[in-house]
Ligand binder design. Structure first.
Ligand SMILES: [Zn+2]
Length: 99
């Protein structure tokens, strides 16, 4: 991808798509989605303690302040029905069951 292309051309679907992989409308603001993208890239590319600490702090901040986008899952293969956040991966069990 050329550096002269618009920045949007280099973004993953998670930053700009109106719909999540399950075709639900995502209302999470682009700023917030860009932070999740930055966290994901930093988690892989941090090459020193300072950047690793920044990645860890950014992850904690995003987790602590997440406005969840839930995906509900039916019970299957021994895993009770639950919902999981697209962004922070938090899980909530539905119907009082836990694995
Ligand atoms: Zn969340």
């Amino acid at each position: 991808m050329s550096d002269t292309a618009p920045w949007q051309a280099r973004m993953p679907r998670s930053v700009l798509d109106l719909y999540c992989p399950s075709d639900h409308l995502v209302t999470t603001p682009t700023d917030r989605r860009m932070l999740w993208h930055l966290e994901s890239e930093l988690a892989v590319a941090a090459t020193n303690d300072r950047l690793r600490r920044l990645a860890s702090d950014l992850r904690r901040y995003l987790n602590d302040t997440c406005a969840h986008h839930w995906h509900e899952r039916e019970a299957e293969a021994g895993i009770p029905a639950h919902r999981q956040c697209l962004w922070c991966s938090d899980v909530e069990w539905i119907g009082g069951e836990t694995p």
